[in-house]
Ligand binder design. Structure first.
Ligand SMILES: C[S@@+](CC[C@H](N)C(=O)[O-])C[C@H]1O[C@@H](n2cnc3c(N)ncnc32)[C@H](O)[C@@H]1O
Ligand SMILES: [Zn+2]
Length: 290
């Protein structure tokens, strides 16, 4: 975690300021604990990545394999103590997400030169230099790291620690990543000039996501793309959107849709699942401005 990020990150429990206790510092904070100045909740920084999860034990309980990997990584005794206490609070391990998060991190790694990203980058080119940029569900940081080349400060949020370990391989002084649920108040009331949410609409209630993002933009751009692949069995959201209702909801939130993205698009997004299989989506891109 960059030292400079402390100013912007907030307690996901109560949105208050965080205090940092850094245990290992190189170019950035490698190990430490962030503590809320109001509710005293503590959040670990492990391998340069802050984990701002409301209940850290719960986070670990659905990632048994990762829990072991993190334990091996921690060097500092204070952090190790905190970690052991968190482990001891786990009541029951649920389905382990580690393998699936590792698998998808690799799929994104193998698909990072997909034309889809080139197309999105082309569309972003015309957006003027922003002070604060945020990417929801940034995964291995393909877009966040690109955005950091031309914008002042870029943050990426993802719930996958494994994906962010890949993302953190690229170090930039204006680029940082946080493990968090993107619906939690990671940045309190901070307003962004540009927010990206690519292909995440299926993973949370879409309208709630749009409302949440809208509250973080007073004067800026919102770039959203999606293949509207909402059929996910028991995991499906209650109110899916389509190309028309997405645009309508954005207008209701006072976003003006750019002329280029008023008409739905079908940008090809090819994900290389393995050497013998690819997943081909046709993604719609919408850019809104307030
Ligand atoms: C379909 S992938 C899209 C990745 C990237 N935006 C792209 O288009 O290449 C969705 C990503 O969102 C993350 N994600 C899903 N739900 C999340 C949540 N509630 N909070 C934070 N990240 C989440 C996943 O871990 C995954 O990396
Ligand atoms: Zn708090």
């Amino acid at each position: 975690m960059l030292d400079s990020s402390l100013e912007f990150l907030k307690c996901v429990n109560c949105s208050s300021k965080l205090e940092l206790n850094a245990f290992k510092h190189e170019k950035e904070i490698v190990e430490g604990i962030l503590e809320c100045t109001k509710c005293s909740k503590q959040f670990p920084i492990i391998d340069k990545i802050p984990i701002l999860w409301g209940d850290f034990s719960l986070y670990l309980s659905s990632r048994k394999k990762l829990s072991g990997q993190l334990y091996q990584l921690i060097e500092n005794s204070n952090l190790r103590k905190f970690y052991k206490i968190s482990l001891s609070k786990i009541k029951q391990f649920s389905d382990d997400r580690t393998d699936i998060e590792e698998r998808w991190s690799l799929i994104y790694q193998n698909s990072k030169s997909a034309k889809f990203y080139t197309e999105i980058k082309k569309n972003i080119h015309s957006i003027k230099k922003s002070n604060f940029v945020l990417e929801y569900g940034c995964s291995i940081g393909i877009m966040s790291s690109f955005l950091a080349e031309s914008h002042q400060m870029v943050f990426g949020i993802d719930r996958s620690f494994t994906a962010l370990r890949y993302a953190k391989k690229v170090h930039k002084n204006n680029l940082d990543y946080v493990v968090a649920d993107f619906m939690s108040p990671v940045f309190g009331k901070l307003q962004f000039d540009l927010i990206l949410a690519l292909n995440v609409l299926e993973l949370t209630e879409p309208i709630e996501l749009l409302n949440h993002i809208s509250e973080q933009i007073t004067n800026g751009y919102f770039i959203i793309s999606d293949p509207y692949d909402f059929d996910r069995g028991t995991q499906s959201v209650k109110k899916p959107l389509d190309e028309i209702s997405l645009r309508q909801n954005l207008k209701n939130l006072k976003f003006k849709i750019t002329s280029k993205t008023k008409i739905p698009s079908h940008i090809i997004w090819t994900l290389k699942l393995n050497p013998r299989a690819v997943l081909n989506y046709q993604v719609d891109l919408v850019i809104g401005k307030k």
